[in-house]
Write a protein that binds this ligand. Structure first.
Ligand code: NAG
Ligand code: NAG
Ligand code: NAG
Ligand code: NAG
Ligand code: NAG
Ligand code: NAG
Ligand code: NAG
Ligand code: NAG
Length: 391
């Protein structure tokens, strides 16, 4: 009897499950589209693709691929064109153009068959590894070739199986680029690249090398302590897989230049701690502003405010740069180069622009958080304790 109840229970569970997945397929066929109320789910259930409203920018949506175990977006189709919610539609049209149309402005074209002759049919599939692939298929459904794939256009996340480096036969360059700010997916200043000549990974800011992995030897990179991965590389490109294939892993390049593994719990590289005077953890050395004597200085991030140390303080001032292409590392860089700069905050709520403090100032920490402003201020690392004073 108990067995019968179990069976009924199972059938009931199964019908619930299929109701939940009803309409959730992993493919898009010519003439089909995906709008803000539908989604694709990979066959193994691990990856979804749909239009999502980003919590920090509630009026806009991005077409994203997301690993269900992570809160990051593994891939964003329209980084530079946030789309007014809920008007985005992804379509594979009958001419095999894969594009996102929306209410205002031009379509974001991901693939267009203009220059190619497609003899059979084409279908776009969200694969079990998180790759969204447009494939030419023959009448019997067998795959003839890949026409386009999301793995060729990485954003700020590297999933197992994705490549960094260069394809010598067509010149394609695979590279990660961080978000401009935590609130904007627009490509920011840091990139993660594979150097096919030096055979190492590099984090660059506006093209300047901040960090490198060192060469791969005895199963790991000199400056990467993480042991749970196997890197697969040939001369031209790098990719990795996890030792345990059920393990969850994704590498994320953050806005401040840090490379983290899965949901920010492990730091692989900290380019935000590279100031050009230190080589710890793989940091590179570069030219310093000569007169400042910044060696040993670091930026600290604390709630607080600046107080003039000299009441007559005629040199005390603050100034702003309203260029909205500037984000945290640009503010740091400019403050660093100005020998009078003591710290900065963002100018705009979306974390762009810079507001600097210069002159004879002392930073007063407000660790109780009465002042809601997070200030980035310069201090000396010397003995590990900070030089700001508490009121
Ligand atoms: C998405 O498409 C379905 C089916 O055509 C339609 O019923 C639904 O209203 C659409 N949703 C949005 C947000 O446009
Ligand atoms: C993700 O999907 C897999 C496969 O459907 C499932 O086993 C797992 O429990 C899901 N994880 C989360 C956090 O939802
Ligand atoms: C979202 O749009 C509404 C209506 O246009 C507007 O009032 C609101 O300020 C917008 N929110 C943001 C964060 O831009
Ligand atoms: C497909 O291409 C033909 C010829 O260029 C054009 O007339 C037609 O409108 C296109 N169809 C779609 C769905 O874009
Ligand atoms: C490199 O490009 C060629 C030509 O487009 C392609 O056939 C090949 O698969 C690509 N190689 C990799 C590793 O993606
Ligand atoms: C690929 O592009 C990145 C970012 O623009 C650049 O830093 C890197 O040097 C390029 N790699 C190659 C091999 O051309
Ligand atoms: C704004 O900043 C960006 C990035 O540093 C720079 O390329 C651009 O020239 C600046 N624009 C103006 C108007 O200064
Ligand atoms: C950030 O905010 C400024 C000021 O409101 C705006 O001009 C700029 O376009 C915004 N930048 C991004 C990337 O959202």
């Amino acid at each position: 009897m108990a067995g019968g109840v179990d069976l009924i229970c199972l059938v009931f569970m199964w019908s619930l499950w299929s109701a939940a997945y009803n309409g959730a397929t992993n493919t898009l066929k010519p003439g089909e589209s995906l709008n803000s109320s539908s989604l694709l789910v990979s066959a193994n259930g691990k990856f979804t693709m749909n239009f999502r409203v980003y919590e920090l920018d509630p009026n806009h949506s991005y077409l994203v691929i997301k690993w269900n175990a992570s809160h990051n977006y593994a891939w964003v189709a329209n980084r530079e064109t946030p789309i007014l919610y809920p008007f985005g539609v992804l379509t594979l049209d009958r001419n095999y153009t894969l594009k996102i149309t929306h209410r205002d402005g031009d379509a974001v074209v991901l693939y267009s068959a203009d220059s190619e002759t497609i003899s059979g049919d084409a279908v776009a599939t969200l694969m079990d590894d998180g790759n969204f692939v447009l494939q030419e298929v023959s009448d019997d459904g067998s795959v003839k070739r890949d026409l386009w794939q999301s793995f060729d256009y990485p954003g700020d996340v590297l999933l197992p199986g994705m490549k960094l480096g260069v394809n010598r036969s067509n010149g394609h360059n695979w590279s990660l680029s961080c978000w401009l700010t935590e609130k904007s997916a627009v490509p920011g200043p840091f990139t993660l690249d594979w150097d096919p000549d030096g055979h190492e990974l590099k984090i660059k800011r506006h093209g300047v090398v901040y960090w490198s992995s060192g060469v791969f030897r005895d199963g790991s990179f000199e400056n990467i302590k993480q042991k749970s991965i196997v890197s697969k590389k040939n001369e031209d490109y790098f990719s990795y897989t996890t030792l345990d294939e059920n393990a969850v892993s994704e590498w994320l390049l953050t806005t401040i230049g840090r490379l983290k593994d899965f949901d920010e719990s492990i730091d692989i590289a900290k380019a935000d701690s590279c100031y050009g005077y230190n080589t710890d953890g793989g940091c590179h050395i570069w030219d310093q502003p000569t007169k400042c004597g910044r060696s040993g200085d670091v930026f600290e991030q604390v709630n607080g405010y600046f107080n003039p140390t000299d009441a007559s303080g005629s040199t005390v001032s603050s100034r702003s740069d309203s260029n909205t292409s500037l984000s945290i590392s640009d503010c740091k860089d400019a403050c660093w180069a100005d020998c009078n700069c003591r710290g900065f905050i963002f100018l705009f709520p979306n974390q762009t622009g810079c507001h600097y403090w210069t002159g004879n100032l002392k930073f007063i920490a407000d660790s109780a958080g009465y002042s809601s402003t997070v200030v980035y201020f310069l201090t000396t690392k010397s003995d590990g304790s900070c030089k700001y004073s508490h009121p």
